[in-house]
Write a protein that binds this ligand. Structure first.
Ligand code: EPZ
Length: 426
């Protein structure tokens, strides 16, 4: 089984360039189904989740060509003949559910395996399904699959635009319903919509295909259905969570690290929290951030994760590792997922002093972490274990690294280029 071996204590310095955003690229790939012609996607990260989405699209019958070297993925949906996202792919990657909105909008039907839970929570899709029902679809659940189609006997019947009120600003539900509205008859208004930068990237992508979407980035999104959409040529936005991961690594054990393509405006609350802690972080320009060696002893702080523009839940494990070596007591509260502290037991095996009380992690800073064999429970928890290994004394073995390889492009190579002593072994 592959693992990372890290000899901690090295000082990081140099430059790292952030890759395309996983949590945008996957949606743009799904959205390409809506077009009547080929889409060219650029700056697509070479990660496992992208490979799975390519498999999903090919299973539907789309022609997908990949130019790995230039990070380009070309998707031609013209030959799609199946409307089923199979279990063996959906269980690997929950984001496969995002082909539902496009398939429903364009073909009026979809069969998708119910995504299981994962190591951070139950990951419901009730808000997606309720939105589709509001738009005139009906669904049944059989043998672990959702069969969903437009509720009409009329051949070629379409979804209809309507008002959809989300109980929670779910990113996936917002994305699926926004895509479902693109070819629906009439106007769809999504209230209490998610506001992440990746939602804006998806809306910009859809509009570049000829969609008519306004308000993305705010909590009310309006989608005016159109007759058809054309393929487009589009560059995926940089990955804010990858940027936050490297900024935190630099704050933990950096000297001078420059992070290119870190669109800091997508990280404002994260940035302000790091400043509160005392991380010596500076904005070089709107797309570049630098982190220098600390000028002062870091201070504890309290963090509550919330949907954007609140503190991103995906950086919760990452910042907890930083706080675990900050003198004093910090409290991190996880409000988005019900079970996103599983990694804490692994962190405590490295000498951290973190106690979980419901949705709260009470972190007492320790002098130093010590290297140990630890597991990755999910993508961001795995990255957090790597950061802990970088800061720890001695050697750390991180196993189950397939989780990490789902979402971080060239993670080991980028860290080694900054001076980290990390290698992958089988
Ligand atoms: C996206 O997941 C991201 N994944 C997650 O990133 C991220 O943690 C999450 O948003 C929150 O920011 C991708 O974009 C591929 P949600 P998503 O729908 O869309 C509940 C990573 O590490 N909910 O906003 O699934 C749900 O159970 C991953 O890159 C319902 O109850 O997130 C969860 O508690 C991890 N019913 C909360 O909402 C629904 O129908 C947030 O879910 C939908 C969601």
């Amino acid at each position: 089984m592959e693992k990372f071996i890290i000899n901690g204590g090295k000082t990081l310095s140099g430059k790292v360039k952030i890759s395309g955003a996983k949590n945008s690229a996957l949606k743009l790939m799904a959205a390409s189904i809506l077009a009547d012609s080929k889409t060219i996607l650029r700056n697509v990260p070479e990660i496992e989740d992208v490979n799975i989405m390519i498999e999903v699209l090919r299973t539907l019958g789309a022609v997908v060509d990949v130019d790995v070297e230039n990070k380009v993925v070309e998707i031609d949906p013209g030959s799609i003949s199946s409307y089923e996202a199979p279990y063996e792919l959906v269980r690997k990657m929950r984001a496969s559910i995002l082909v539902a909105g496009p398939l429903l909008s364009k073909f009026g039907k979809v069969k998708v395996a119910i995504p299981g839970g994962c190591n951070i929570g139950s990951r419901q899709i009730d808000l997606h399904l309720k939105g589709f029902e509001d738009m005139g679809a009906k669904y049944s659940i059989e043998h672990g699959y959702i069969n969903c189609q437009v509720d009409s006997n009329e051949a070629g019947a379409k979804l209809f635009g309507t008002m959809v009120n989300l109980d929670f600003p779910s990113r996936g539900a917002t994305e699926n319903i926004m895509m479902a509205g693109c070819l629906a008859d009439g106007q769809t208004v999504i209230n209490n919509a998610a506001r992440e930068p990746e939602i804006v990237d998806l809306a910009n992508f859809l509009n570049s295909m000829g969609a008519d979407i306004q308000g993305a980035g705010a909590d009310c999104i309006i989608v005016n259905g159109v007759k058809s959409l054309d393929g487009t040529d589009y560059e995926v936005m940089p990955d804010s969570i990858e940027a936050g991961t490297f900024i935190t690594a630099a704050g933990l054990c950096g000297d001078r690290v420059e992070i290119e393509n870190a669109r800091w405006k997508n990280l404002e609350i994260f940035y302000s929290k790091l400043k509160e802690i005392g991380v010596n972080i500076s904005i070089v320009d709107e797309n570049n951030i630098s982190v220098d060696a600390p000028r002062e002893v870091y201070r504890p702080t309290n963090i509550s994760t919330l949907p954007y523009p609140g503190f991103p839940t995906d950086l919760q494990p990452i910042i907890t590792v930083l706080l675990s070596v900050v003198p004093g007591v910090s409290i991190v509260t996880e409000n988005v997922f019900e079970n996103r502290f599983m990694y804490v037991d692994e962190l405590n095996r490295m000498g951290a002093d973190v106690k979980i009380d419901g949705h709260h992690a009470v972190i007492k800073g320790v002098e130093k972490l010590s290297g140990a064999p630890v597991r990755s429970f999910d993508l961001r928890a795995g990255a957090a274990m790597v950061l802990a290994g970088l800061a720890a004394e001695g050697s750390t073995e991180v196993s189950d690294i397939h989780h990490i390889q789902r979402g971080y492009e060239d993670f080991v190579k980028k860290l080694r280029n900054l001076g980290a002593d990390i290698r992958k072994v089988s």
